[in-house]
Design a protein around this ligand. Structure first.
Ligand code: GDP
Ligand code: IMO
Ligand code: MG
Length: 422
């Protein structure tokens, strides 16, 4: 397989984990390049459900090398817990996992400040996962962060952490929050550091060595296009570049080594957290929630749901350079009489055909819908394109065309074998 960047084309939770798992069959290496354990990527193997937060989803397939790249922010205690959880489920994790020595660390003060800022914002809160992601990337940009390479060097780590705890306890005091104990944090992090040391390496060099041996690399995007710090619905975004460029900066593999970009999108739209979602619709949300679907894989929050937004996905094609589309959760629409697709926005008397940068403008955009007839037939057992109801094929073709990219995968259920290749 060619080197492939996989990105979410909507607001996250598009089903990237499932598609990564499917594409991993053809890849040698799977790399996470941004985000942290705010991500929750679900993979089903048979009846067994796995939710990956920091470990690349490729770990579930034997013989694949998995890399946590330099662009990821790592909560080392969380990562150890995740690895131990996977091992308990029978997943082998040893030389098949590498962690970048320059990846930044997430500390308890990042999580606490994340939570306190949300409280302070009140009704204007972002609705973060409270995993400390924003404050950790903030420290990275401010050049005051600690990295994996510091964690595995005990004599260096201790004074650095002591200084950070001192500084952050002052900040926590201003929030009237309880201070952190240096000793407690130090002990927990040093223990995690010892467990993670065997995996920590110069992943940039390792990836280039593998590349010279013609290994094919799959870049596992986290979050989605509209949560991108530059291209998303700022400030209702996460703190990393979730779009295709993030795969390069977050791994050290340059743009001219990338062969294709696959965009994953649901056949409808979901979002968890605050911020504009023009096609949000209570009826479709109730329908999906009553089916037991669309609850967050990381926080368990009910996801907001709406109709497919082609203005947004077309924008995603543009900023990511999406060549191929994987549409998931087609089966979620199986029971509907009529299906709506947003093909433009109305802003006052104006028609808008792109995603406005101004958040207030975007919040006031009303969707303009085209309607499609539902197929009202279960699709979850369909294995081939031709077996899909004609109306489902028309719908898929239409949303791919509106998105301006080539449809190559349609997913009709969470399992590997519920995947239709075109
Ligand atoms: P990710 O963050 O993009 O990996 O997505 P999540 O795992 O957070 O959420 C996607 C949800 O949809 C998970 O529960 C998946 O198991 C599920 N899923 C993925 N593709 C399909 C599909 O085609 N049909 C159904 N029914 N579920 C799917
Ligand atoms: P995956 O990889 C969906 C959302 C949060 C919040 C905003 C900022 O599973 O698709 P953060 O904790 O990152 O500071 O929160 O981003 N968010 C996600 N939404 N899927 C994710 O990851 C997300 N990661 C963060 O809900 O709105
Ligand atoms: Mg998710």
């Amino acid at each position: 397989m060619a080197n492939t960047i996989l990105v979410g084309a909507q607001w996250g939770d598009e089903g990237k984990g499932k598609i990564i798992d499917v594409l991993t069959e053809e890849a040698d290496i799977v790399v996470r390049t941004q985000g942290g354990n705010n991500a929750g990527h679900t993979v089903f193997i048979g009846k067994q459900k796995y939710v990956l937060h920091l470990v690349p989803s490729g770990i579930l397939r034997q013989g694949k090398l998995c890399v946590i790249g330099n662009g990821v922010v790592i909560d080392p205690v969380g990562l150890v817990g995740e690895i131990e959880g996977l091992v308990a489920l029978g997943i082998k994790i040893d030389s098949n996992l590498m962690i970048s020595e320059t990846a930044h660390l997430v500390f308890p003060y990042h999580r606490e400040i994340d939570a306190q800022r949300e409280i302070l914002k009140g009704k204007n809160k972002i609705g973060t996962t409270k995993r400390g992601i924003g404050p950790a990337y903030g420290d990275k940009a401010a050049r005051t962060g600690l990295r994996m390479i510091d964690l595995i060097n005990p004599s260096r780590f201790e004074p650095m952490l002591r200084q950070k705890i001192k500084e952050n306890n002052e900040i926590l005091k201003a929030f009237h929050a309880a201070p952190l104990s240096f000793k407690k944090v130090h002990d927990a992090y040093r223990a995690a550091g010892d467990k993670l040391r065997p995996f920590v390496t110069n992943t940039v060099v390792k990836l280039h060595e593998a590349s010279r041996r013609k290994a094919s690399i799959l870049f596992e995007g986290a979050q989605g296009t509209f949560l991108d710090i530059d291209h998303g619905t700022y400030p209702f975004v996460t703190s990393s570049n979730t779009t295709a460029g993030g795969a390069c900066t977050g791994s050290g593999v340059p743009p001219n080594r990338m062969d294709r970009v696959v965009g994953v999108m649901k056949a409808y739209t979901t979002r968890v957290g605050e911020g504009p979602l023009p096609t949000e619709n209570a009826e479709i949300a109730d329908m999906l929630h009553n089916m037991g679907r669309e609850f967050g894989a990381t926080t368990g929050r009910a996801r907001r749901c709406g109709w497919f937004d082609a203005v947004a996905t077309r924008h995603a094609t543009m900023v990511n350079g999406i060549d191929e589309l994987a549409v998931t959760n087609l089966d979620g629409l199986d029971s509907l009489e009529t299906i709506k697709v947003c093909i433009g926005y109305r802003y006052g008397s104006l028609r808008v055909d792109y995603v406005p940068n101004d958040i207030e403008t975007f919040s006031k955009c009303e969707p303009i819908y085209a309607e499609f007839q539902g197929w009202k037939t279960p699709t979850d057992q369909v294995k081939q394109w031709k077996q899909l109801p004609a109306k489902a094929r028309s719908y898929l073709k239409a949303i791919a065309e509106l998105t301006d990219a080539k449809l190559t995968i349609a997913s009709v259920g969470p399992s590997r074998d519920q995947t239709i290749f075109l």
